[in-house]
Design a protein around this ligand. Structure first.
Ligand code: ACO
Length: 401
């Protein structure tokens, strides 16, 4: 009888690293994070500068192509993306197969996964031209699909894209516009939304990006890989945290109730965690949260609203950052902490928050997928395991057990 555990001990050729806390699964030139210093760079550019000065289309180009575009390159790229914003008409019928009360992320998983059935002329991963077309299709169609998921949930008709608008303006119109009335994109909201997309564009080997790479490593087509990423992103420990964070703030309600929730977050017998707090890599303030906090004020000013939940969030942050537990564990607000307050002010229901994250992250997923496919070291992802089950034993017929 072979003692499998003994065998492992003898071979000793792998590392047991649950959650991959110290294993680099790939090499990448896209994104750099210094979690101790709270630094995030895309191709060498600081996230704060990109969020302040560039546009989501520029960042998409940067991540995909490696350099910031010239004015002409940006125009050509934006036009190319714009030309792919329509989705196959048959896809609308696909939406109608879902219940109206389905979570939009459930719809996203299904519809994006179905794209390979509609665009199988761009699924040959060995053909660079097809890879480029698939990349453009995914980036261009995701806002259309996200807006359709929203429209379907509220029972309104789908709106075709209006390609005279910007990427983000077009998305806002497809989401909030109605056919009977003209829709004017609010420039401040458009800018804030574009910035939110920039903040979510890529974040190196997080769970959903690793999922996209792992799915892609087997040679699966890009549409299927992005659908896998969307499924992973949905979890409350990852992209679902923005929805969970706002729900938490609503539950807390007023600043007076914060200490009760802080106590719960510290209680090891209570599964409750402060949503939008803590990060696997950042052991300092998430630089995206800094931009997000500033953007809340801009959106409130533009829309002339003032959600008291923002005050609750600010107070919660202040209390947590002065609490020994959070200080010792280096738990700071992450990108999801303030995003819900902004998205809610713009008019999105909480169920759409993770959809918006998926929309923006599609750029990163697509760039990471392309990088992986063209990496000469690329292999099928196949982690090992530390077997903890029984050693080999004889089969006992059912009548004798
Ligand atoms: N509230 C209270 N305690 C926390 C929190 C939190 N939000 N986050 C971590 N901790 C505690 C843990 O209980 C643990 O304590 P212990 O050492 O006494 O057991 C310690 O801090 C370390 O936490 P881990 O879960 O081991 O850290 P990990 O790196 O695996 O998890 C994660 C990171 C998932 C983000 C975690 O901080 C968390 O659950 N946060 C809330 C959800 C959230 O905001 N997710 C969004 C992440 S950003 C993104 O995906 C875009």
């Amino acid at each position: 009888v072979i003692d499998i555990r003994k065998l492992y001990a003898q071979t000793g050729d792998f590392t047991y690293d649950p959650g991959f806390t110290s294993t680099a699964s790939c090499r990448s030139a896209l994104t750099y994070i210094d979690g101790d210093e709270g630094v995030l760079l895309h191709r060498g550019y600081a996230i704060g500068e990109l969020a302040e000065q560039s546009s989501f289309m520029e960042v998409a180009y940067l991540l995909l192509r490696g350099e910031l575009p010239t004015a002409d390159e940006l125009k050509t790229f934006s036009t190319t993306i714009t030309r792919h914003t329509m989705v196959h008409e048959q896809l609308a019928a696909f939406f109608r197969g879902f219940r109206r009360d389905a979570h939009p992320m459930a719809i996203m998983c299904g519809v994006v996964g179905a794209l390979s059935a509609f665009y199988h002329d761009s699924t040959d991963i060995h053909d660079p031209v097809q890879r480029t077309i698939a990349s453009h299709r995914l980036i261009a169609k995701i806002p259309t699909i996200a807006a359709m998921a929203y429209k379907y949930s509220v029972g309104q008709p789908f709106l075709y894209p209006d390609n005279s608008l910007s990427y983000t303006g077009n998305f806002l119109r497809m989401t909030f516009g109605v056919p009977a009335e003209p829709y004017e994109v609010n420039p401040a909201v458009e800018k804030a939304m574009d910035r939110i997309f920039i903040l979510h564009a890529d974040h190196e080997q997080n769970a959903s990006t690793s999922t996209v790479r792992l799915a892609g490593s087997s040679g699966a087509n890009p549409f299927a890989c992005i659908a896998a990423g969307i499924a992973c992103l949905w979890g409350p420990a990852h992209g679902g945290a923005n929805e969970a964070a706002l729900n938490m703030l609503r539950e807390i309600g007023t600043p007076e109730r914060i200490p009760e929730y802080i106590a719960r977050a510290k209680d090891k017998n209570d599964p409750f965690r402060l949503m939008g707090f803590g990060h696997r890599v950042y052991k300092n303030y998430d630089p995206r949260a800094t931009v997000m906090q500033k953007t809340v004020r801009e959106v409130f000013d533009a829309l002339k609203v003032n959600d008291p939940l923002f005050e609750t969030a600010l107070r919660l942050e202040e209390i947590a950052l002065n609490d020994e537990y959070f200080v010792e564990k280096k738990l700071f607000p992450n990108v999801d902490f303030y995003s819900g307050v902004i998205l809610s002010a713009i008019g999105f229901p909480t169920s759409m928050f993770t959809v918006l994250f998926a929309l923006a992250r599609t750029v990163g997923w697509v760039a990471q997928w392309n990088e992986m496919i063209t990496d000469p070291d690329q292999k099928i992802g196949r982690p090992r395991q530390l077997y903890t089950g029984p050693t080999q034993r004889p089969y006992v017929p059912v009548g004798q057990r």
